[in-house]
Each structure stands twice: as C-alpha cells, then as structure tokens.
Design a protein around this ligand. Structure first.
Ligand code: FAD
Length: 659
C-alpha cells in the first residue's frame, strides 16, 4: 500500500519546499527567478506523487522525518529559523541527513526542471539562458513491433532474455541471427525519436529506472540507470571506451576468464565497435570540454577525444547535448536502433512493459520465465530451456533472489564507479547544452597509484537544470539562488573512480525490486576519491575558473583573487564521503552476479552460466568480476557477445524453429 501523507505532514512538506526555494525580493529580477518559490512550481505535489513510487521503508522514513521537523514548530517559523532547523535536524543522524538531502534534491529538481504544460518551458530557464527543448520530435516510424499483450500469454522460445539494454540487446541479436527463437522481456516501454520531447522530467519518468535519480538505500549515492527498450543505451552519453589492459589481465588471471587476456577479446570488441559505428568524428568539444582541454594542457595532463557510437549522417551537435533525455536526432546507436532492431528483423519477439518476476526451473535447470505485463496485470510466461538474465546490475540480482537461485553471492560485489563533481564558474557563457556530453576525457590518472587500474577518470556531464540545481550544495535559500543566478557560466567536471570496495543489492520487500546499498569506506577508494577531487579543483583553476564549487554541504565556494587554493583543497578533502556531506553520483552498476571459477565467490561460471542452475546465463554488467574502470557499455556488449557464443554452443543444433 503506498504511504499517504497526513494534512499535517503536507503542511510541513510545503514549508520544507519553500525553505529550499523561497520567494525572495531581489532587484533586478527580470525573469521572476528570485520571486518564484518551489510551491509556485508545484514541487510539493510532485513530491507527494513520488513518495508513492519509493520503497515503503524510504517513503515511511521521509514521512517520519516530516513529523520530526513539524514537531519543532517548523511551519510557523521564519525562513532563517527553518533553514537552521533543517541543518540541525541533518546533524541529528545519518538517516535524517539523507532524508533532508532527498527532500531538498526533489524540490530543486522539480522547481528547475518541470516544464509549464502550456509552453513546454520552465520559467526559471530564462535566467540560465537555457533554450529548453529545441525541436518537436520528428515523425520517425517505430521499426520494432512489440508483441501485443491482451491477456494472459504463454510463449515458447529457445532463449528467453530478461532486459534489453547493453547486454540483453546484443545477446538477442546474436542468437536471433543464429536462427534461435528468442523472446525479449523488457520492463520499460518502447520509445523512439518520435517520443523524445527533450525534457529532463519526461525522460526520468519514461526512460529511467525508478523514475530518475534514486538514492541508494543508505542514501549515500544518487544512482541513474535506464529502463526502457534499449535500457541504459537509450539514455547514455555514448562514450565508447575499450576494456583496459589491467582489467583484462585481472579477469583472466584472478577469475579464470582466460580468453579475455588474449586477442580473442579484441574480436568481441571489434564486432561491437563495428555494429555501433563507433568513431570520433562526432566528438565536438563544447565550451566545458574546451575549458577541460585548456586546463589539462596547462597542467600537462593527457586529454583525449572519445570515440562514440554515433551515426555521422544523423549527428546534430545542437541537439546532442540533450541525448540523456533520448536522442531526437537518431544518431545515437543505442541497442534500440541497432541490436534490438537486428533481433526483431531476425524474428525475435519483443515484449515491453513486462517485468520478469521469476526464473522457473525444472530438475534444477532453467525451464521458464514468469512475468507480469505491468499496465494490464496479465501474466506472461515464456517456456525456454535457456534464460538470459540481463536486467542490469540492480535488477538482475533481484530477479535471482526472487527465484531463489544463483547461490550465496547474488547481490554482492556491487560496483558503481562513484563520482564526485565540481562546478567552475567562468567569465564566458558555457552553453553546455550544445554538443555531446562526453566527447573527451582525462585519463591521466586511470592506472592508479600502484598501476593496478584503481585510479580515476575526469569527465564532463550532460547539462541538466533539474539534477544540476539539485546537485548544487544548499546552505540557504538565498545562497542557492545566488549560485544558480549565474548558472549560465558554469562548467561541471566529475571524477569517476574505479572502485576497489563494494556495496550490495537487496530485495525491497514492498516492490520486490532491487535496492542498492553502498558506503564509500574502502581506504583505497577514499584515497582515490580525494585525489580525484583535488584534480578536479586544480583543473578548474588551471582552466581559469573565477569560482569553484565542490558539490558538498558545508564548503564555501573558492573565489579567484580572494581565497587560497591549497587551503580550499585541504578543506574539500576533509568532507566525509557520505549522505548529507559529499554528493556522490553513479550511472555504472556492475558486478552483482559476477563470473568466476569459484561458486563461493561468484554466481556464474566463466562462460556466464549460473554455477547452480544450468541454462540460466548472466548477460549484462552484473557479470563483471570487477569494475571496468571505464564507462562500461562497450565492455558489457563485448562480454555479452562472448556469452551469446557460449549460449549458442550450449543450445546446440536442436531448436524450436527447426523442430
Ligand atoms: C545517464 C547515463 C549515462 C551513461 N553514459 C555512458 C557512456 O557515455 N558510456 C558508457 O559506456 N556507459 C554509459 N552509461 C552506462 C551504460 O549505459 C550502462 O552501464 C549499460 O547500459 C548497462 O547495461 P546492462 O545491460 O547491464 O543494463 P541496462 O542497459 O540498464 O539494461 C537493463 C534493462 O533491463 C530492464 N529490466 C530490469 N529488470 C527487469 C525485469 N525484472 N524484467 C524485465 N526487464 C527488466 C530494465 O528496464 C533495462 O531496460 C551511462 C548510464 C547512464 C544512466
């Protein structure tokens, strides 16, 4: 049962929203930016709706927090007192700090991203110079026809594939092309260019896991993942990186995936590279990346243009900056446009809006998948002797846990590539919505101090007004607005670490979905994150930033000509790496059903098949033995390409189509 707030809790919620974004008299205020409050933008109502989508434990915790805040006389207090009350409540304990961070984050997200339904524009965007959606979606036909589900449905296949993202898409295509009868079950909907309205909130609601950025269960890290036909490849930033040599060596030597240490692996990478049209001819540098390059040159750091899975004939740099909301140009070669299309044309049946609930077994082997068509509640079952679990590293372990297969390691070893972020404010307009979000990176520090690959990358981000505003540290309503007033001059960098430590995924008892937990406490990771933070600050400084802000609570901005840089770095490096202090983000989930030789430390064998359940295969990032340390799409796809060959060999010649 969704948790419903009481009238009293609603009143406190409204007061909390307007404490984060108050109406402030300010002159000049040409766009009404200072005067507009969060409740003017409907933030309170939107939060109530979102509460209904959170796991019960989190939603109930937030309502208890509202009660605790209300008991302190919050509603009738002055703005200054309410700000103070939020801060002291945050100090009370970790849960309160995390809860207040969520309420603040949602308030800012909605206030600065929700478009007016009449105009398609958010009135605050004028202040940022952000044009909003650039064009109406094109009249692009849907080239895949998903199976129509109009009641309980029973299907049969050689291979049932759960999840259609980077991994599932590749396996669907390779097996369908090999003549196997394939059914793909995808929890999300089918959207193509004709649906992509270039809106942040629309994208979160329709294309992302759990409706957009979601905090880990311990609220330490904000997670993003795709959830639609094509999964993460529909919303991602198309940065295509090959597997690093130290990762290949580790997987070969420590986990028994020996061929990955040889030229054999290049064959899988090359196959994916070619199908995705990966190249660097569409890697235009926008202003933030030009600044990154200037800073890297000044510091003597290696700055490299990235390859991207982009079709040059459709590429439009003007709209590429909005690709995380679905790429309207159709240049992004997601699995929706490539591998799933191939699978469909080779005869695969594709079922969308359908959540696999359990893998069923018979005599200890894979036998079927039981699923639910979400809009109608109809049962969908797929009888298949082979089942590929490719639901992403948050939901693949959840599916195995619901099915009670996979052994004791399911859900462990969650790796996230946790990111810290910094914002530099520059003299010029940065127009970060122009150009691809990841046309280049700094990989100077990727090898790590010991050369074992536990280092970090510095990258840019896609410009977003909602997540962007909610990521800016909030000290007071006025300070936050003052920072945002100048948002048009900001460039954001992130430091993405290859994590040495790990988290885990549990089943949420209410939704039965996966809930990730992740505390960044591993000493190697703490040290790497500190180095990544220092590097980001030095990069902004070398690039000429006038102000530098760390996305953390409690650290004032650094100002050129006024503040000491070394003292700023020292203070930044003392910020605790957890909820309520350092903001951390992650869009790469890996490792929760990992491959290896030992059933005591891995879920799947070196071919990708479960140790304890023949016929069940892991086909996505959850199979990674350790994190890739690079944006993982290409490695996921190459591994899936390898697994597809192993499945094909296991299925043998006898297929349903031949029968
Ligand atoms: C904003 C963003 C930007 C990124 N940028 C890059 C980048 O530039 N380069 C890069 O290399 N990587 C990038 N990534 C990461 C990359 O996209 C992911 O790592 C990759 O898509 C993961 O592939 P996967 O197959 O493991 O899972 P996913 O692609 O997440 O696919 C899993 C699919 O399974 C579905 N599913 C889940 N549970 C069920 C169920 N029970 N039943 C049916 N279906 C289910 C989900 O809806 C989803 O569609 C980015 C990710 C994000 C979110």
């Amino acid at each position: 049962m969704p948790v419903e707030p009481s009238d009293q809790q609603l009143a406190v919620l409204r007061a909390v929203c307007d404490t984060f974004v108050p109406s402030i008299e300010h002159s000049p205020d040409p766009h009404g930016f200072w005067a507009r409050s969060a409740t003017d933008m409907g933030a309170d109502q939107a939060i109530v709706e979102m509460l209904g989508t959170l796991p019960d434990e989190q939603a109930g915790g937030l309502l208890q927090l509202l009660d605790a805040i209300g008991d302190q006389g919050f509603v009738g207090a002055t703005q200054a007192s309410r700000e103070q009350l939020l801060k002291t409540t945050s100090l009370a304990n970790r849960d309160a700090a995390g809860g207040i961070a969520i309420l603040g984050g949602l308030t800012l997200l909605i206030t600065y991203a929700a478009p007016d339904p009449q105009t398609g524009q958010n009135p605050n965007w004028a202040q940022f110079g952000f044009p909003g959606p650039l064009s109406a979606p094109p009249d692009e036909p849907k080239r895949i026809t998903p199976l129509d589900i109009d009641g309980d449905t029973e299907l049969e296949a050689d291979v049932a594939i759960v999840g259609s993202g980077a991994g599932g898409g590749v396996i669907a295509a390779e097996l369908s092309k090999a003549g196997l009868k394939v059914v793909v079950l995808e929890m999300g909907g089918y959207f193509n260019e004709a649906d992509f309205v270039q809106s942040e909130l629309w994208a979160y609601q329709n294309l992302y896991w759990r409706g957009g950025p979601n905090a880990t269960g311990d609220m330490n890290i904000s997670i993003q993942a795709g959830s639609c036909l094509g999964g993460g490849t529909v919303v991602n930033w198309t940065n295509s990186l090959k597997t690093k040599p130290w990762v290949r060596e580790q997987w070969a030597k420590e986990f028994g995936l020996e061929d990955i240490g040889t030229d054999e692996w290049d064959r899988h990478i090359d196959a994916v590279w070619e199908r995705l049209q990966v190249g660097d001819e569409c890697s235009d540098l926008n202003v933030p990346h030009q600044l990154m390059q200037a800073g890297a040159d000044a510091l003597g750091w290696n700055f490299t243009k990235t390859n991207r899975n982009t079709d040059p004939s459709r590429y439009d740099p003007a709209s590429a900056g909005l690709m995380g909301f679905g790429d309207q140009s159709g240049a992004k070669n997601s699995t929706m446009r490539t591998y799933l299309q191939d699978a469909f044309e080779a005869g695969a049946q594709i079922v969308v809006n359908t959540m696999a609930m359990k893998v069923l077994t018979d005599g200890g082997r894979a036998a079927a998948v039981a699923a639910v068509h979400i809009p109608s509640g109809a049962n969908v079952s797929v009888r298949a002797p082979h089942v590929v679990v490719a639901a992403g590293a948050l939901e693949s372990p959840a599916l195995l846990l619901r099915s009670e297969i996979g052994g004791p390691e399911v859900g462990k070893h969650l790796r996230l590539h946790p990111c810290t972020a910094t914002m530099g404010t520059y003299a010029q307009d940065t127009d970060p919505w122009w150009g691809p979000p990841h046309p280049a990176l700094i990989d100077e520090f990727a090898p790590g101090i010991d050369g074992d690959g536990y280092g970090f990358l510095i990258e840019g981000v896609q410009y977003t007004t909602g997540v962007g505003a909610s990521a800016i540290p909030w000290e007071s309503g006025e300070q936050h607005k003052a920072f945002l007033e100048d948002f048009r001059h900001v460039a954001t960098f992130i430091g993405l670490i290859r994590d040495h430590g790990e988290g885990h995924v549990e089943l949420d008892p209410g939704t039965l979905m996966g809930v990730p937990y992740y505390a960044l406490t591993d000493p190697v990771d703490v040290a790497t994150t500190r180095r990544a933070m220092e590097a980001q600050i030095r990069l902004h400084h070398a690039a000429g930033a006038q102000r530098i802000g760390v996305l953390a609570t409690g650290l004032p901005l650094w100002h050129r000509g006024e503040d000491d840089l070394e003292a700023f770095i020292e203070r930044a490096n003392k910020i605790p790496l957890r909820a309520g202090a350092m903001r951390m983000f992650a869009a790469h989930q890996m490792g929760t059903c990992r491959m290896g030789t030992d059933p005591q430390t891995s879920v799947a064998n070196t071919h990708g098949e479960l140790h304890d359940t023949p016929g069940v295969w892991i086909g996505d990032a959850s199979a990674f033995p350790t994190p890739s340390g690079t944006n993982p799409m290409i490695t996921i796809m190459a591994l899936a390409h390898r697994t597809a060959e192993r499945i094909q060999a296991a299925v043998g010649a006898k297929t349903l189509q031949e029968a």
